[in-house]
Design a protein around this ligand. Structure first.
Ligand SMILES: Cc1cc2nc3c(=O)[nH]c(=O)nc-3n(C[C@H](O)[C@H](O)[C@H](O)COP(=O)(O)OP(=O)(O)OC[C@H]3O[C@@H](n4cnc5c(N)ncnc54)[C@H](O)[C@@H]3O)c2cc1C
Ligand code: SF4
Length: 558
């Protein structure tokens, strides 16, 4: 097949905070150090920069200050500075305020932002430096020079376009493009499809703890302007989660009565009937939260996973011709619920390493190891190493986790066994027989139902409408379930099809098969690209692949 190809010096896959920071840092180095100009390109699957961004978000501005010291003059869209922090423990009907704000939740000096506006702004700075951002293009395959564990990465292949629902080539068919690069920086975010494939092929996670994730479900609300002071940052623990479950709520207030409200649920739960979307609805019905939202209006919805495992789960971040940055490399401080500044910082360090390696004419793994050395020598390790066992400690329940988190502030993260042992999140899900020994629940009815009133609480389909999600209908499903027979046989019996619950967008449905049984129906066009199914499916037979032509959510203000 004839395929176009393109050659660049540095290719950045993913235009989030990590990818945009990497691109901008490369442009700065170019100016500072001179020499033959480098060809740099950013590949982003969304139709426009920032459109697939969803975060809380409270921004720790430390990396931004270093990258764009005059960020205020340059009009960085920071909604407001944080003026007030509060942390509550919720029971079903009451709230208890923590007498002091635990240090990880202290946000003075930080800013409340919309990540998708912020990334759009960063994208503008990148383009102003003459760097191309190819939006609506996804990396689907890695190009290797040889095979095996020492294979050199020489670029990526973008997805074919113009393929019909059943795999047939349409008249609009165009084969994907090979983009060859001296160094490819992978910034494809949480459970990035390219990073996942690279880590598996090269065994980059050998000797590391398995990753665990969480899913964050978020809505943007307009409430009366005098309801919550802009810059108020509230976090909650407890209800509606059980003590064995990890997670919590966040409520961030912006000017003009805009509230960013969300709930993060650990994707390492045991109960196969657990439903993060239902948990979020219960959270909003709590009297404290409901009183903030009363008379307001939900204006946007979205969901996204985040890596939670921390320092011991970070894979090897380099190999010949390739570096990994941001969420793709698990750079999130889960106890602070912060990853934007770490994504930016690792993007910048990856850029510095790639720049030096290309100038020296050596992009071997040995040369690119300098990236790991830079991470170990600076603020990223200083922040993440002392909390390296914190997420693992929550595996023993909320009380153990909170107790250990407090202890780690004093001990610098010490524990008898370091790393504290952990399992992959999906492995912790129990079967019906294990978890519900006293009777099997009905997999088609929520275990903990919530009243949907479409004012405060919403069903998944209504919510998806507010995410602006759009996909071309005539294309193969980008959710590849490798064995759908398992869905109607083993999975139905053992776990009751948990995909119908952990997907926040009603993509997976078990419908009448016409013979008295049920079969899987995939409503791929609803997908908000949160990656939860790829992460949490108990048989690990779902692969999320990028859809064609920029499909996905159209987040605004999220
Ligand atoms: C609910 C929630 C709340 C959060 N709250 C906060 C907070 O308050 N403060 C904070 O600091 N952090 C927060 N985080 C974490 C923070 O958002 C992430 O750490 C950060 O966005 C990571 O940046 P990134 O660039 O590594 O990845 P991403 O932001 O995920 O960006 C990755 C980009 O790559 C693109 N991409 C993916 N695959 C491909 C492909 N194959 N080809 C082309 N493009 C691709 C995506 O479309 C996306 O634009 C939160 C996260 C969530 C989910
Ligand atoms: S199909 Fe998967 S990636 Fe898409 S919204 Fe559902 S869980 Fe998230």
């Amino acid at each position: 097949m004839d395929r176009e190809s393109l050659e660049v010096d540095v290719l950045i896959v993913g235009g989030g905070p990590a990818g945009m920071a990497a691109a901008l840092r490369l442009a700065q180095l170019q100016k500072e150090k001179g020499g033959e100009p480098l060809a740099i390109a950013v590949l982003e699957k969304a139709r426009e920069a920032g459109a697939h961004m969803l975060s809380g978000a409270v921004l720790d501005p430390s990396a931004l200050r270093d990258l764009v010291p005059d960020f205020k003059e340059k009009g960085a869209p920071l909604a407001t500075e944080v003026h007030r922090d509060a942390v509550y423990f919720l029971t079903r009907g009451r709230k208890f305020k923590f007498p002091i704000t635990p240090p990880p939740f202290a946000n003075h000096g930080n800013y409340v932002i919309s990540l998708n506006r912020f990334v759009k702004w960063l994208g503008g700075l990148v383009e102003a430096e003459g760097i191309d951002i190819f939006t609506g293009f996804s990396a689907t395959d890695i190009l290797f020079e040889q095979q095996g564990k020492d294979a050199a990465v020489i670029g990526i292949r973008t997805g074919d376009r113009g393929i019909g629902r059943h795999g047939e080539k349409k008249s609009t068919f165009e084969p994907g493009v090979d983009i060859r690069a001296k160094v490819t920086i992978l910034c494809d975010g949480v459970r990035g499809n390219v990073t996942k494939s690279l880590v598996r092929q090269l065994g980059l996670d050998d000797g590391r703890l398995p990753q665990t994730y969480a899913i964050g479900i978020k809505e943007l609300w307009e409430v009366p302007k005098d309801r919550v002071a802009p810059g108020s940052v509230t976090h909650t623990l407890g209800y509606p989660l059980k003590m064995e479950e990890f997670g919590g709520g966040f409520i961030y207030a912006m000017p003009e009565g805009l509230l960013s409200i969300g709930f993060v649920s650990g994707l390492d739960y045991r109960d196969p009937m657990f439903d993060p979307h239902v948990v979020f609805q219960h959270f909003k019905r709590h009297p404290f939260v409901a009183s903030l939202l009363e008379g307001g209006q939900m204006v946007r919805y979205g969901a996204k996973a985040l890596p939670e495992g921390g320092w011991h789960t970070i894979p090897r971040l380099y190999s010949t011709g390739v570096l990994i940055a941001g969420d793709a490399g698990a750079f999130v401080n889960s106890i602070r619920l912060k990853g934007i500044h770490l994504a930016m910082r690792t993007g910048m360090l990856a850029a510095e390493t790639a720049f030096d390696a290309i100038r020296a004419g050596d992009v071997s793994a040995a040369a690119l190891k300098a990236y790991e050395d830079r991470i170990n020598a600076g603020p990223v390790r200083r922040e993440l190493y002392p909390v390296r066992n914190v997420h693992q400690s929550f595996g023993h329940g909320m009380l153990a986790g909170v107790g250990y988190s407090g202890l780690s502030l004093v001990t610098g993260g010490w524990w008898l066994r370091d790393p504290m042992p952990a399992h992959g999140g999906w492995e912790r899900m129990e079967t019906f027989a294990e978890y519900y020994s006293e009777g099997r629940p009905d997999p088609d009815a929520p275990a903990n139902p919530v009243k949907i009133d479409r004012q405060l609480t919403f069903d998944r389909l209504t919510n998806v409408h507010y995410s602006g999600t759009r996909h071309a209908e005539d294309q193969p499903s980008h959710l590849v379930v490798h064995d759908t027979d398992i869905c109607r046989t083993r999975c139905r019996e053992e776990y009751g099809n948990p995909c119908t619950r952990f997907c926040p967008a009603n993509v997976y449905e078990m419908v009448d098969a016409g013979d008295g049984t049920r079969k899987l129906q995939i409503n791929a066009s609803n997908c908000v690209h949160c990656k939860t199914c790829d992460i949490m499916d108990p048989y690990q037979i779902i692969d999320w692949m990028p859809p064609e032509g920029g499909g996905g959510p159209q987040y605004e203000g999220m």
